[in-house]
Write a protein of this length. Structure first.
Length: 187
């Protein structure tokens, strides 16, 4: 293991944590002009030059942070398959979201972050959206996948916006019922 690898392993967790805090605390819309690379370095107590050895820009750091969320989601749902496990995937989305930090919530819920949220969602979905199940027409699958993704995300955003007033277990079940059965299925 090289010296730089050891050094990276020692400061990366603090850097990622502090970058998350900084982004959330300052409600930053990720534009290069708005985020000075010195700030997360100061919080992580590393030199700016060291930071830029590993990340050319803060966008690269954000990409890595988003990749951690996506990887965690894939690990959690790897055993689930669309469309057969749609209800369970929907429930897991709510439970997963409830367990994440404020940066995840900001990326997922704030419309200002839609581009970033979409990239994170595509990464988290992996090949799932591209794998057309047997018996499905590819065009119909694309429409179905778009519908269920948008519906689940809209319900999650509404739940967060309402201060998570409905307990997560109840909300996860309601969302699964709505996605799988529609409005008439919950009446």
């Amino acid at each position: 293991m090289s010296c730089s690898t050891v050094m990276m392993a020692s400061f990366l967790p603090g850097l990622l944590c502090n970058a998350r805090c900084l982004i959330v605390e300052q409600s930053i819309i990720l534009k290069k002009a708005q985020l000075n690379g010195l700030l997360p370095c100061e919080r992580a107590r590393i030199n700016k030059k060291t930071f830029y050895r590993y990340y050319e820009t803060l966008d690269y750091l954000l990409e890595e942070v988003m990749a951690t969320y996506a990887a965690a989601w894939r690990r959690r749902t790897t055993h689930l398959h669309m469309p057969d496990d749609l209800a369970e995937i929907t429930r897991e989305f709510f439970h997963f979201g409830a367990e994440q930090d404020a940066l995840y919530e900001a990326i997922t819920c704030d419309p200002e972050w839609d581009v970033i949220q979409r990239r994170m969602q595509d990464d988290a979905s992996g090949e799932r959206q591209e794998q057309v199940p047997d018996g499905w027409d590819p065009d119909r699958w694309h429409v179905f996948y778009a519908y269920q993704s948008a519906a689940v995300l809209a319900m999650y955003r509404a739940w967060v916006s309402d201060g998570k007033a409905i307990p997560v277990e109840e909300m996860a079940e309601l969302a699964a019922d709505l996605v799988c059965k529609g409005a008439t299925g919950i009446a």
